[in-house]
Design a binder for this molecule. Structure first.
Ligand code: AGP
Length: 620
């Protein structure tokens, strides 16, 4: 996915655009660029391969004057990262500039038509084709005199998008209209930031919240025309749309790193607070149950649910796996977890009382969104557990619950994961208390859940001790992560955290699976991380540790405070406070996040923007 920003107002656009791109850099960071329209109706394009700081240095050398402009930070889809492939892209006449997030699937056919009409292209991108197409329609309308001058750009964008097959979030400017900015979306997020005598376009609110918290989330097939004092939204069929203004729930400070060296570390440290936020107002101790507004399901409908399918990707899938155990353990409801990318193509038989839950931090993951659409197409009640307010998944499900974790800037998901676990626990208690879960047990779980934030703090305080363990193993070429039952998804999550930010190969397994192959990998250079808190499978897990140690495999164990036995088994132990078995994932995840973070820093990796990754995968 990519990050888009647009500005029309009275201030110099260049700093606003570059600062906005810095806040969007987690969406993609292989090249970046801006196009600013100066009062002489000239474009000033600055674009460069590499990070935002490269673009910023270029602009310091060659400042761009003007108070209207667009900017883009790229995650390459068509055409490798290069200066030429960086956005913005211009049309044939050089008077229209465009930035784009998404994929124009029929770009080749469109390009051939334009080539036949004498167009020439500078890049290998699908985006440049769209710029040329808009330019073609603009000239046609202008020469025909069929469209008023003020509507020419919007009308040309509308005509071009009708030819497009694929997804887009775009921002467009024309050098002849220096006070106008046009945006449109289909499948890639785009919002309007409403300022005072200035307006913004952005991929998400983090880019504009420092200027305004009033935003309008565009829907698919909507086009917006912005001037400094006003904006109009219409559909691709030119029907007028009344904007629905939202107030962003977080402030500018939440998208700043503060005193932390990386957003990921800040977000790990925020977890006691964000888990608190995820449960706030949702625990009803007097009835020993939870309350999740927004599910839009009557108690009778919830009681009738006889199966739950979770659909998600990546870390969200791992929380969904914990959700599977929670639903079966606490609510006695059969549950299964599906890779969204698989579910969308499978023809899984799903009965009428099956509830489908999509879990997504960004709410824009294309595979999860496609699985939601497939589930709804088949008539299933589809709910969401989402972090980004107003995101596409949040707006397309039948109901759901927001994580309230605040913006998660680090590409590696951390606070969103524990927020998801919190909500899944609340959901399991809610559903369980409608079935077989006793008030006593329900109250016990909820009271212990309320203590989790403080217990998280006790683990986070060990960050330096965990760093010293990481230092011992940061040169390893491969890690194994192992756990049983509730700890198996945490083993998968620990492996994902490590590999995605340190680039060390890592695999997560059910600990008992060791003997079915992976134990062949054990040697003195391959550390195994075991999740071994005091629980119903502790003894079995310790046996697995001994099997690894007997083959000289180094072992790092995550264990319960007070467990001195484990010290005789493992090379290194990270202790967590005791808690109920069903809540242990909320605690065992933290040491693995910190271990991955410190190892990645020691290896000189870009922790917040790991290579090849982006914060949300909005392309298939
Ligand atoms: C996890 O650290 C990764 N950033 C990635 O696996 C992520 O969880 C996945 O892409 C799903 O993203 P979503 O929660 O925004 O849908």
């Amino acid at each position: 996915m990519c990050g888009i920003i647009g500005y029309v107002g009275q201030k110099p656009a260049q700093n606003i655009l570059v600062d906005g791109l810095r806040r969007l850099e987690y969406r993609g960071y292989d090249s970046a660029g801006v196009c600013i329209v100066d009062d002489g109706r000239r474009f000033q394009v600055r674009k460069k391969m590499g990070r935002i700081q490269e673009l910023s240095a270029l602009i310091r050398q060659q400042p761009a004057q003007g108070t209207t402009g667009i900017g883009h930070t790229r995650w390459a889809t068509h055409g490798p990262p290069s200066d030429e492939n960086a956005h913005p892209h211009l049309d044939q006449s050089g008077t229209i500039a465009l930035v784009h997030n998404g994929v124009i699937e029929n770009h080749q056919q469109l390009k051939e038509k334009l080539l036949a009409r004498g167009h020439s292209f500078l890049s290998q991108t699908d985006t440049e084709v769209l710029a040329h197409l808009i330019g073609e329609y603009y000239l046609e309308d202008r020469d025909a005199g069929s469209v008023s001058n003020g509507d020419l750009l919007t009308h040309a964008v509308r005509r071009a998008l009708k030819d497009v097959v694929g997804t887009y979030g775009i921002a467009v400017v024309h050098s002849e209209h220096p006070r106008t900015l046009v945006g449109a979306r289909r499948g890639s997020p785009l919002l309007v930031g409403i300022g005072r005598s200035e307006n913004f376009l952005a991929s998400d609110a983090s880019a504009v919240v420092v200027h305004t918290r009033r935003v309008v989330y565009l829907n698919d097939f909507e086009i917006v025309t912005l001037m400094e004092e006003d904006f109009q939204i219409s559909t691709i069929d030119a029907a007028e749309v009344s904007p629905k203004i939202h107030e962003v729930e977080f402030g500018a400070e939440e998208v700043e790193r503060g005193e932390f060296p990386h957003f990921m570390l800040k977000e790990i440290f925020e977890q006691p607070q964000t888990v608190q936020n995820a449960m706030r107002g949702r625990i009803h101790l007097s009835e020993a149950t939870a309350h999740l507004g927004g599910l839009n399901l009557a108690p009778a409908e919830l009681r009738a649910v006889d199966r739950i399918i979770f659909i998600a990707c990546g870390t969200a899938l791992h929380s969904a796996l914990v959700g599977e155990y929670l639903m079966e353990d606490l609510a006695r409801i059969p549950a299964e977890c599906e890779y969204a990318s698989e579910f969308r193509y499978r023809n899984a038989p799903v009965e009428k009382n099956t509830l489908v839950f999509a879990i997504s931090q960004s709410g824009e993951t294309i595979d999860t969104l496609a699985a939601v659409r497939e589930s709804r197409r088949k008539g299933h009640k589809t709910l969401g557990i989402v972090n980004v307010v107003g995101s596409t998944v949040a707006r397309e499900v039948d109901g759901g619950t927001y994580m309230h974790a605040g913006p998660e800037i680090g590409v590696a998901a951390t606070k969103s994961f524990t927020a998801q676990l919190t909500i899944l626990t609340l959901l399991a208690v809610l559903m369980g208390r409608m079935r077989h879960l006793s008030a006593t047990r329900g109250a016990e779980i909820l009271k212990e859940l309320e203590k989790i934030p403080q217990k998280m703090r006790q683990i986070i305080e060990q960050t330096e001790a965990i760093a010293s363990i990481g230092k011992k193993y940061c040169e390893a070429r491969s890690f194994l992560f192992l756990g049983r039952q509730y700890q198996f998804p945490i083993a998968l999550e620990g492996a994902l955290k490590l590999k995605e930010i340190s680039y060390i190969h890592a695999e997560g397994y059910p600990a008992a699976e060791m003997k079915h192959g992976p134990i062949a990998l054990i040697d003195p250079r391959t550390p195994s991380v075991f999740l071994a808190p005091q629980n119903s499978v502790y003894e079995k897990t310790v046996s697995n540790i001994e099997e690894v140690r007997a083959r000289s495999g180094p072992v790092i164990a995550v264990a319960t405070e007070g467990d001195t036995e484990i010290l005789k088994k493992a090379n290194n132990v990270i202790y967590i406070p005791d808690t109920l078995e069903c809540l242990q994932p909320l605690l065992t995840a933290i040491p693995l996040q910190l271990l991955a973070y410190h190892i990645a820093v020691m290896r000189g990796c870009d922790v917040d923007k790991p290579r090849n990754l982006a914060k949300s995968v909005t392309v298939e």
